[in-house]
Design a protein around this ligand. Structure first.
Ligand SMILES: C[S@@+](CC[C@H](N)C(=O)[O-])C[C@H]1O[C@@H](n2cnc3c(N)ncnc32)[C@H](O)[C@@H]1O
Length: 228
């Protein structure tokens, strides 16, 4: 089942080429996809419900403190300990996505108004469908490609993201998370998905997005949209 079916491999036409070898893993991504890797890890890999936010998440949160997002819609990929929802409580409506059941349960237990947590794999069809009628002003993902099973499913994620942005919407990511990929000896991510600014631009432009850098923060906006 790990081999791509001929039908799906034939149907997939990559929109960009940064040198990935695994174009189509042939498996539909779901919330349990990374579980074997999580069991292999000797430190928290996916469930950060009881951890402090990572350094990159903290840098993003620092930026959020001053961001003009009041009354806006925020999508946070990688719930962690719900630091984003707690930070933006009363300011913005936050929707979060995680593959970790512990984060999902923890987030729901907080009882924060205007906060919803979804147990979903961002590479899956279910994610692409779930928010079809929603638009977000800000999408946060400090691990944009860190868990990419293959190019086909990463491209599905980017296509979904591009379609979810409101007119003024942007995706925000961070250099540290761009540089990290899953590498534990089980379901490893191809090293090509360790992103630099050039790779991020190549991927983003395939989906009509322009990348702006501000120190270690990277903003992806629809090409032609003005920065707010
Ligand atoms: C290392 S934790 C980081 C949590 C938080 N963003 C932070 O930086 O403190 C990785 C996060 O990415 C999420 N994640 C990993 N792969 C995912 C996927 N394919 N779809 C959705 N979420 C995913 C995990 O559920 C977890 O929330």
């Amino acid at each position: 089942m790990n081999e791509p079916s001929l039908a799906s491999a034939a149907a997939f036409r990559p929109r960009f080429d940064i040198g990935a070898q695994r174009l189509d893993c042939g498996r539909e991504p779901h919330a349990a996809t990374h579980r074997a890797a999580e069991e292999r890890a000797t430190w928290p890999l996916l469930d950060y419900s009881q951890c402090e936010p990572t350094e990159d998440q903290q840098a993003i949160n620092l930026w959020l403190e001053r961001a003009e997002l009041d009354g806006g819609e925020v999508l946070h990929i990688g719930t962690g300990n719900s630091s984003v929802a707690r930070l933006l409580a009363g300011r913005a409506r936050v929707t979060s996505v995680t593959v970790a059941e512990g984060e999902w349960e923890h987030g729901r237990s907080l009882g924060i108004a205007d906060y919803q947590v979804h147990l979903l794999n961002k590479h899956g069809l279910e994610f692409a469908e779930r928010f079809r009628d929603r638009r977000f002003d800000c999408v946060l993902d400090n691990n944009l490609a860190s868990f990419a099973c293959c190019q086909r499913h990463l491209e599905r994620y980017f296509e979904t993201l591009a379609g979810l942005l409101s007119e003024r919407g942007f995706v925000l990511t961070h250099w540290l998370g761009m540089q990290w990929t899953l590498d534990l000896g089980v379901d490893d991510v191809e090293p090509v998905w360790r992103l630099d600014a050039g790779k991020l631009r190549a991927i983003a432009s395939a989906y009509g997005l322009t990348v702006e850098r501000d120190g270690e923060l990277f903003f992806l906006r629809r090409t032609g949209a003005a920065a707010s």
